[in-house]
Design a binder for this molecule. Structure first.
Ligand SMILES: *Cc1c(COP(=O)(O)O)cnc(C)c1O
Length: 223
């Protein structure tokens, strides 16, 4: 088993001060999350609603839970009591539903808008055009229980780091356009979540404020 504590300490040494680590714990048992917690880790990322709602109540209350997986509409209600940041908002319809479910239990939640920049069609997210159009139409703001805090993206699964860099650059430029245009009055639009175990070094060059690291902390997942 990997030395989770040593790996977390290693990341904390290597990441620049403006970049925080989200420990992606999907498929790993609560004992391993607890080990990361005991090493000081407080931000965890889960991607499956059913797994998340079983694990979250078993772990300490001061964890900041990021939901990073494809979120189905019928799962929003289930995750709402536990989640702090929903990173994978891929449509306006989902954003509206998150507002509705957060209001229902009188909770506030942070979200990131997921941008689709990868070559794989299977990944979800807004296209750049869709997101800029939604901004023009005023659809990204005005949600009393939801703070829209930035963008999230996944790069293509490829060894071509120039391709990955181009994709992260697109995310960064889109983020800056929105920050100037749509969120200029807001102090909240500050996060760029990008970079995983194999491409986080590239992501920090393009301004990632959150990196989502699973395998490099917890080892390979047993699907
Ligand atoms: C699983 C996952 C990660 C972590 O991937 P690793 O390669 O194991 O670091 C990051 N982001 C998302 C959206 C994921 O689903």
């Amino acid at each position: 088993m990997p030395n989770i504590k040593a790996r977390i300490e290693d990341f904390n040494k290597q990441l620049p001060s403006g970049t925080r680590l989200v420990a992606v714990s999907k498929f790993h048992p609560v004992e391993e999350l607890q080990e990361a917690y005991d090493a000081g880790q407080r931000r965890f990322g889960e991607s499956r609603a059913q797994e998340f709602v079983v694990k979250a109540p078993q772990l300490p209350q001061d964890i900041c839970w990021h939901f990073i997986g494809h979120l189905q509409k019928n799962k929003v209600r289930a995750i709402m009591p536990y989640v702090n940041v929903i990173e994978s908002v891929h449509s306006i319809e989902l954003l509206r539903l998150i507002e509705k479910e957060a209001a229902r239990i009188d909770r506030n939640v942070d979200v990131l808008l997921q941008l689709h920049v990868a070559q794989e069609e299977t990944k979800s997210g807004f296209s750049v055009e869709e997101l800029l159009q939604a901004a023009d139409e005023g659809l990204l703001t005005g949600y009393p229980h939801v703070r829209v805090c930035g963008l999230m993206a996944m790069a293509s699964l490829t060894d071509d780091m120039d391709q990955v860099a181009r994709e992260f650059d697109t995310v960064r430029r889109t983020y800056l356009t929105l920050k100037d245009g749509c969120f200029d009055e807001s102090e909240d639009f500050n996060e760029l979540s990008m970079g995983m175990s194999d491409d986080w070094q590239v992501a920090i060059k393009y301004g990632a404020t959150l990196v989502r690291i699973g395998t490099a902390i917890f080892g390979p997942r047993q699907y």
